[in-house]
Design a protein around this ligand. Structure first.
Ligand SMILES: Cc1cc2nc3c(=O)[nH]c(=O)nc-3n(C[C@H](O)[C@H](O)[C@H](O)COP(=O)(O)O)c2cc1C
Length: 446
C-alpha cells in the first residue's frame, strides 16, 4: 500500500502563491516575523504533512521596461525573503515535518548550495529538501548579473553539471568518517573523506567538502520540470517530483511517463515520488466551501494577472490591449515556461490567443482551478487522483495562510486517514523515512 505524500506549498513572502492571498481577511499579515513561520510549521505537523516547501524567485514581478510600481502598490509577490532563513523558525518549532527550499542552479555555485543544504539537513536532523530550479525570468537574470534568462535547454545542461558537483560533494564524506574522540585525539578518518576534483564545462570545484553526512545522508532532491528537457532532468535527479496538471487524464499520462523516464535511466520508479499541485477550498459543507471560494474570487485584480503573466513569459503583458491577438512573432518571443504558452495555444486551436485568453485559460493571478467542497467531495477527488494513479501525493497550495491549511487539516486529513489513504503518524524521524525514500549510498554516482 502506497502512503500518500502531503506537501505544503509555502512562500517566504507577503502572500501565498496566490498573489491576492494577502488581501484575504483570514491571512496573517506578519509574514516577516519568525512566529508566522513557526505557526505554519506547527499547523502542518499537526496535520502530519511530510514536507513544508518554500518556492522562490530571485526578483519581483515587473512589467518589462522596468515598471515595478504596481507590484509594490498591490503586493503582487513583491516581498521575497531567503527561504532557508525562514525555514529555521519552522524547524525549531517542529520535530518531524520535512523542510524544503528552492535554490537556483543558474545563479549560485554548486559548492555553496551543497554546503547550505547539507548544513540545513544537519540542523534539522535529516529533514531537509532542495527544490532544484533553473530560473526562468529576465528580472532574476538582471538581479544576478545577466541581461536575460539563460536559454531554456542550456539552463538544464548547466543544471545537470551543477547536480553532478553537488552530489559529488555530498558523497565525499563516508557515513562513518567522523570520530570525534578526545581520548585518541582523532577527529575524523582522512581515508573516508576525499576530493571531487571536478573540472567541467561550467564549474570547477576541488573539495574536500566541509560538511559531513547527515542523518538521512543528504537532502532529498525535488524537481518540477514540465518540458521535455525539464522532465529528462527530473528523471535523472528528482526524488520528489512536483507536477501541475489541470485534469486527471493528462496527469495519469504524465505520471506513467515520468515513472518510465526514471526506469529508462536505470532508476527504481518507486523511489521517485510524484506530488501534484492542487488548491483545495474546503469547509464543513459544500455550500460553505462555495461561499469561501466566492470570496477568494473577489480578491485578484486584473493587474495581478498581467504582471504575473509577464513574469512567467518574459513578455510585456502590460503593453498590449487585452483583446488583441498575439502574432506568431510575439508568441515566439515568450521565453519563460514553454509548457504554459503551449497549453494556451493548444486550447484555442487555430485562433491566436489574446492577453485575456491567457488570463482566462491559465488563471494566472487567480487561485488555480481549486477543488471546492465539503470533506467527502474533496477527499473523493484526492482519492481518485491518488488511486488512478495520477500521483503519489499532493502539493497543497493555499488561498490564505494559515487558514487554508487549518481548514484542510480539520476537514480533509481525518477523512483521508479514515479511508486508510494517508498516514496517521510519522513513520520515522528523517524526511526520507517519512517519504519512503531510501538512504543514499555513498559513492553511487548517477
Ligand atoms: C509545484 C511547483 C513549484 C515550483 N516552484 C518553483 C519555484 O519555486 N521557482 C521557480 O523558479 N520555478 C518553480 N517551478 C517551476 C518549475 O521549476 C519549472 O520551471 C516549470 O514547471 C516549467 O518547466 P520547464 O522548466 O521544464 O519548462 C515550480 C513548479 C511547480 C509545478
Amino acid at each position: 500500500m502506497r502512503d500518500m505524500v502531503m506537501v505544503g506549498f509555502l512562500q517566504a513572502q507577503n502572500c501565498s502563491n496566490f498573489a491576492g492571498s494577502w488581501r484575504h481577511p483570514d491571512s496573517r499579515s506578519d509574514f516577516a516575523s519568525p512566529d508566522y513561520y513557526a505557526h505554519i510549521g506547527r499547523v502542518l505537523e499537526a496535520g502530519k504533512f511530510q514536507l513544508a516547501f518554500f518556492d522562490d524567485r530571485l526578483g519581483m514581478p515587473e512589467f518589462h521596461g522596468g515598471r515595478f510600481a504596481e507590484a509594490v502598490a498591490h503586493g503582487i509577490r513583491c516581498v521575497k525573503m531567503d527561504p532557508i532563513a525562514c525555514l529555521m523558525p519552522m524547524a525549531m518549532g517542529t520535530t518531524r515535518l520535512g523542510l524544503g527550499a528552492t535554490y537556483s542552479t543558474t545563479y549560485y555555485h554548486p559548492f555553496h548550495v551543497a554546503r547550505l543544504f547539507q548544513t540545513l539537513d544537519l540542523m534539522t536532523r535529516g529533514r531537509a529538501a532542495w527544490n532544484v530550479v533553473t530560473s526562468m525570468n529576465d528580472v532574476e537574470a538582471q538581479n544576478m548579473g545577466l541581461e536575460e534568462a539563460v536559454e531554456h535547454d542550456a539552463r538544464y545542461d548547466r543544471a545537470d553539471e551543477f547536480l553532478e558537483v553537488v552530489h559529488g560533494h555530498w558523497d565525499t564524506w563516508a557515513d562513518d568518517a567522523l570520530i570525534v574522540d578526545k581520548t585518541t585525539g582523532r577527529f575524523a578518518d582522512p581515508e573516508k573523506v576525499r576530493r571531487i576534483d571536478h573540472r567541467g564545462r561550467h564549474f570547477r570545484s576541488r573539495g574536500p567538502f566541509t560538511v559531513p553526512r547527515s542523518q538521512q545522508g543528504h537532502p532529498v532532491v525535488i524537481q518540477a520540470g514540465q518540458s521535455g528537457r525539464g522532465r529528462r532532468f527530473a528523471a535523472r535527479w528528482g526524488e520528489l517530483i512536483f507536477t501541475s496538471n489541470p485534469n486527471l487524464e493528462p496527469a495519469k499520462k504524465a505520471y506513467t511517463d515520468l515513472k518510465a523516464d526514471a526506469a529508462s535511466v536505470g532508476r527504481d520508479p518507486d523511489q521517485m515520488k510524484i506530488a501534484t499541485l492542487c488548491h483545495p477550498v474546503v469547509a464543513a459543507t459544500k455550500a460553505e466551501a462555495e461561499d469561501k471560494f466566492a470570496l477568494i474570487e473577489r480578491l485578484p485584480l486584473e493587474v495581478d494577472s498581467l504582471m504575473l503573466l509577464s513574469e512567467n513569459t518574459n513578455f510585456d503583458f502590460g503593453s498590449k490591449p487585452l483583446d488583441e491577438p498575439f502574432t506568431d512573432a510575439e508568441l515566439a518571443r515568450f521565453s519563460g515556461t514553454q509548457s504554459g504558452r503551449d497549453r494556451v495555444v493548444a486550447a484555442l486551436g487555430d485562433r491566436k490567443p489574446t492577453p485575456r485568453d491567457f488570463i482566462t485559460i491559465t488563471r494566472r493571478g487567480k487561485l488555480p482551478p481549486p477543488w471546492v467542497g465539503g470533506p467527502k467531495e474533496v477527499a473523493d477527488t484526492f482519492e481518485q487522483w491518488f488511486s488512478a494513479p495520477a500521483c503519489d501525493g499532493f502539493v497543497v497550495g493555499a488561498a490564505c495562510v494559515p487558514g487554508s491549511y487549518e481548514d484542510f487539516i480539520t476537514f480533509v486529513v481525518p477523512e483521508l486517514q479514515r479511508r486508510g489513504l494517508f498516514h496517521k503518524d510519522y513513520k520515522g524521524e528523517t524526511l526520507r523515512e517519512n517519504l519512503g525514500l531510501p538512504r543514499p549510498v555513498v559513492g553511487r554516482r548517477r
